[in-house]
Write a protein that binds this ligand. Structure first.
Ligand SMILES: NC(=O)c1ccc[n+]([C@@H]2O[C@H](COP(=O)([O-])OP(=O)(O)OC[C@H]3O[C@@H](n4cnc5c(N)ncnc54)[C@H](OP(=O)(O)O)[C@@H]3O)[C@@H](O)[C@H]2O)c1
Length: 269
């Protein structure tokens, strides 16, 4: 979509939740390059401020860094209030918490914060910004999902369930809100080279031929698909793997395969 049509449909402001690094920062770069002003949200202020300065200088757009912990229930209320005087035409919900390890070995509180960041907060944000966009009959919403959420996935069972929620919500809203002028997309990412991925890197020598994409490639594929379809799986090899798991294998075999793979890459021993 040419830049001026893009800003008409999705401008003048975009909110990127989880914007300071990784895929979120790649979205911020791509959106600033298309001429959108940005509200960038993450917990740590210094990387947000540095990115905001860089984007303002490079692309001559306005960028507001906003340090919020999206695991705190009131944070979305604050985000909505801070942006109440802006026309937000695009929401990218990229922030996520990924609790790794056996479900029962993690404290319940960790799983609950994961639900807050990955489900409850984006639901509140989609509801508020979605209503504002529908009133203007234009806008877009992108929710980040994961290949792990295409079926149950051991060692990230709750995270995978939250990512399934994001995909299914986005697909349902693609139809509901699409009729009212607002494009909704689930971006299903596979392994992507980000600080978050590196912090939870598989054990050396166990990742076999898992394809690892760049954050920029994931953001570019998502923006190209926005307004065209309800969801996209980023990366051709990931699309092939997802088709194999979902369409060729019985569900039990697909879940077992994921379980074996996760045990090998992240399990003990
Ligand atoms: N990387 C992958 O391999 C991969 C695969 C599949 C799906 N995904 C999805 O892609 C998205 C981004 O992943 P990523 O690897 O780029 O993540 P990342 O490198 O860990 O970056 C996450 C971003 O979100 C912010 N963030 C995290 N928790 C937050 C909180 N409680 N409140 C506010 N901001 C928060 C982080 O900044 P602060 O730390 O400063 O808060 C950072 O800017 C996620 O939704 C993830 O589920 C990633």
């Amino acid at each position: 979509m040419p830049s001026n049509r893009f800003t008409q449909q999705y401008g003048p402001w975009a909110v990127v939740a989880g914007a300071s690094e990784g895929i979120g920062a790649a979205f911020a770069h791509a959106l600033a390059a298309r001429g959108l002003n940005l509200v960038l949200v993450a917990r740590r202020a210094p990387p947000l401020v540095a990115l905001a300065d860089e984007l303002e200088t490079q692309y001559k757009v306005s960028v507001q860094p906003l340090a919020l912990d999206l695991g705190e229930p009131e944070s979305v209320t604050e985000l909505i209030s801070v942006t109440s005087d802006r026309e937000v035409g695009l929401l990218v919900w990229n922030a996520a918490l990924s609790v790794m390890g056996p479900f029962l070995d993690q404290p319940l509180e960790a799983h609950q914060v994961e639900l807050e960041v990955n489900v409850r907060s984006p639901m509140a944000a989609v509801h508020a910004f979605g209503n504002r966009m529908v009133a203007r009959k234009r806008g877009g919403i992108i929710l980040l999902s994961s290949l792990s959420g295409m079926q149950g996935t051991a060692l990230v069972a709750n995270y995978a369930a939250t990512k399934a929620w994001n995909r299914v919500l986005a697909e349902g809203l693609w139809w509901e809100l699409g009729k009212r002028g607002v494009d909704v997309l689930a971006c299903v990412a596979g392994a992507t080279d980000t600080p978050g991925y590196r912090a939870n890197a598989p054990k050396p020598g166990t990742d076999g031929n898992v394809p690892v994409q760049s954050a920029g490639a994931v953001a570019a594929e998502a923006l190209a698909a926005l307004g065209k379809r309800p969801s996209i799986i980023a990366g051709r090899k990931n699309r092939v793997a997802a088709a194999l798991l979902a369409r060729l294998l019985p569900r039990r075999a697909a879940v077992r395969l994921m379980g074996h793979t996760m045990d090998r890459m992240y399990g003990e021993g």
